[in-house]
Write a protein that binds this ligand. Sequence first.
Ligand code: GBH
Length: 513
Amino acid sequence: MMCLLKYWLLFLVLVLVAFADCKSRYNRHEIRKIPDGILFGTATASYQVEGAWDEDGKSENIWDRLTHSKPCPVKNCDTGDIADDSYHQYERDVEMMRELGLDFYRFSLSWSRILPTSFPDKINKKGVQYYNNLIDEMLKYNIQPMVTLYHWDLPQKLQDMGGWTNPHVVDWFTDYARIVFELFGDRVKYWFTINEPREVCYEGYGGANFAPAYNLSGYGDYMCAKNLLVAHAKAYHMYKNEFSRTQGGTVGIAASASWFEPKSEKDAEAAEDARQFEWGLYTNPIFSKNGDFPQVVKDRVAAKSFEQGFFRSRLPEFTPEEVELVKGSSDFLGINHYTSKITYRNASITTFPSPSFYDDIEALYDYDFTWETAASSWLKVVPWGFYKLLTKLRTDYDNPPIYITENGFSTRGGLEDDSRIAYYRQYIDAMLDAIDEGSDVRAYTAWSLMDNFEWRQGYTERFGLYEVDYEDPKRTRTARKSAYVYKEIIRSRQLDYHYEPDTTLPITIDDGQ
Ligand code: GBH
């Protein structure tokens, strides 16, 4: 009798365990196959890794200016003056790419390193040589370069003339793009014009978080948005018309997109508004069937502007020609995705100054207290938000080819980074769910190859698969546990939550060269 009871209890426990397992969707115990053809890589950006800020003829850019200003605006007064010293250590960087077995590496070019006057009248040979060395070293080992033309480090001279709020930036950017396609397009087949328009325009011109920290919310951000999209589109068409035939590459943009989840059913509209203001502003003009800024953004900003006494909308209009120029100006949609936010509307709360970008959205953001947090306070672990985002992009934009151009997790350092490993597994799992349902995801990029200058947070928040020692003049890089795991995901092309690497063994190069 006792014995039977024991078996009965055991059975009960098993049923409970099985049930709990079904419920935690992103903690699967089966091994999941990754479809063939999806490329895997890592990413960095020029200002965050290169260092050599005034070496070999490079001129000042807006992040040099911001980090050198007093009082220093960055945690610990950190700067990118030396950063990871990749300007001198690109061979080690490529060695790490080989250790990981990457298909590609996404990096960005420093405009003021290539064109010290900002303009095409002078090309800095030494700066060009650095990128040639990096590209050639990667290609030696069959690692594809994916190159971003602009990841936030505008030449200071152009900023002095208004930067992205000056419509002439369209010419400045296309001239720079032409030089870059001519210099590197024989070997580079994947191009991204601009990294994260939202961060360029909102964080730099609307807010004061990023350079140039203009703090002109509700004007500067919208002016930037229009010019940036036209600049992107002009560069895209120039490539298609003048370089495509001989170089045969593909060109797109990399937009940041968080998922905005409604707090309750009645907040569905607030969440959708947030999505349209936060990323639709940049993706709708390119990827929607009709082009142009999202209707809700146009209507809301115009209505508020008139109420506020303006003679015209604070959101500049595209001409019909510009709508056509921008529409469809991308071979694929690059998405940088990290996290989600809870969104709601509460008319009695007036938190934002008027006019401002957030006053225009009329939505409030929050986090669910059950969500795990990275070292970056904004970065909560919400893998299902990634799935929902990919699903929405598929349905809203008629299933465009998608490159996940960034996804990653921050810690405060240390080689045993199980929380980062859990993040990557769950997010890749969520991505595979969307792919199973038809999303056309072609590439996945982990941010980042190694720790680097994390903007206003300096070196306090670490995103690297490799740890960088900033006390060491050589900026020695060491593989974290997550590097071993990412390598195994790429090698085996499968997701296995139970895989435990032996980190006492060195991470080795298996590319057979
Ligand atoms: C990406 O931006 C960048 O492309 C990359 O350079 C960066 O290193 C990486 O993410 C990690 O941050 O401090 O609460 O005001 C991601 C978008 C926009 C997320 C700014 C953090 C600041 C939030 N980021 N945001 S807060």
